[in-house]
Design a binder for this molecule. Structure first.
Ligand SMILES: Nc1nc2c(ncn2[C@@H]2O[C@H](COP(=O)(O)OP(=O)(O)OP(=O)(O)O)[C@@H](O)[C@H]2O)c(=O)[nH]1
Length: 249
């Protein structure tokens, strides 16, 4: 789903009035989901089947957005790889450069790679400096036979909606759904987010339970609301039973 005409106009206006440096796009996900292959496909339109694990990989390209030349830099970050420390987003963003868009990549035949995205997203948005960046949920290796798929497009689409991300379904191998237009769209959304922040339907900080000791004597707002609601319910029930039975006064 590409940006609307109004959004394209905002991007054009931004490009005409401000200097846009390199757009840093992060591809994050578990090991072997095809992040490096995808960044090569998006940047150089090629596919190399040979696999060797990399911690950090980077490729760059110039693209045209609304008649302006923009440099994009695709950076790969693998999480949960054996023998490596857990993701420290702040450290990796500082080390690799600021992040302007984030692709959460999973592989359609490996369910655990999809299930990891939920906590990964929470982990990233909990960090400083990520409040405005657009997110993309990417279904990788869609060239594999549907018989082997362990994640349906519907649930992945639902998850994307849940976190306010754009859903992309593609194959780095065949190039289906991974043309330059996709890269232009990602970079355009990254620029757009500077004037129009993307929606954040879920605030992970609200999901974290508050484990601080509470004062038991004082009521919390939630307790007060629950009490008032049950009082009201009782009142309504009493009224309705009176009106249905006029003798009860
Ligand atoms: N069938 C198929 N295989 C793919 C696709 N993309 C990548 N692969 C293969 O999957 C393997 C891993 O691809 P990479 O791009 O290196 O994966 P990665 O996520 O960067 O891996 P790490 O460095 O371990 O994080 C390689 O052997 C690729 O050839 C795809 O779209 N379809």
């Amino acid at each position: 789903m590409s940006i609307t005409q109004e959004q394209a106009a905002l991007v054009r206006q931004y490009l005409e009035t401000k200097t846009v440096g390199t757009i840093n796009i992060y591809l994050v996900g578990k090991e072997d989901v095809g992040k490096r292959s995808l960044s090569k496909r998006l940047c150089w339109d090629c596919y190399v089947a040979k696999y060797y694990h990399t911690d950090d990989f980077l490729c760059e390209k110039y693209i045209m957005i609304q008649g302006h030349q923009v440099k994009v830099s695709l950076k790969v970050k693998t999480v949960d790889a054996e023998g490596h420390p857990p993701l420290n987003w702040q450290a990796c963003a500082r080390y690799l450069g600021e992040c302007h868009a984030c692709l959460l990549v999973y592989e359609v035949i490996r369910r655990e790679t999809f299930e990891r995205l939920d906590s990964l997203y929470d982990q990233i948005v909990a960090e400083e400096g990520t409040s405005r960046i657009p997110f993309f949920v990417v279904a990788q290796r869609t060239d594999r036979s549907r018989r082997y798929w362990n994640v349906t497009l519907l649930e992945a689409d639902q998850f994307s909606e849940d976190i306010g991300a754009v859903f992309l379904s593609l194959s780095a191998k065949t190039g289906e759904g991974a043309g330059e237009d996709v890269l232009i769209d990602i970079a355009s959304r990254a620029i757009l987010s500077r004037v129009q922040p993307p929606p954040r339907p879920r605030n992970p900080k609200l999901d974290i339970p508050d484990l601080r000791p509470r004062q038991t004597t004082r009521q919390t707002t939630r307790q007060r609301v629950v009490r008032t609601m049950s009082k009201l319910k009782r009142l309504i029930l009493r009224r309705s039973s009176r009106s249905s039975n006029p003798r009860v006064r």
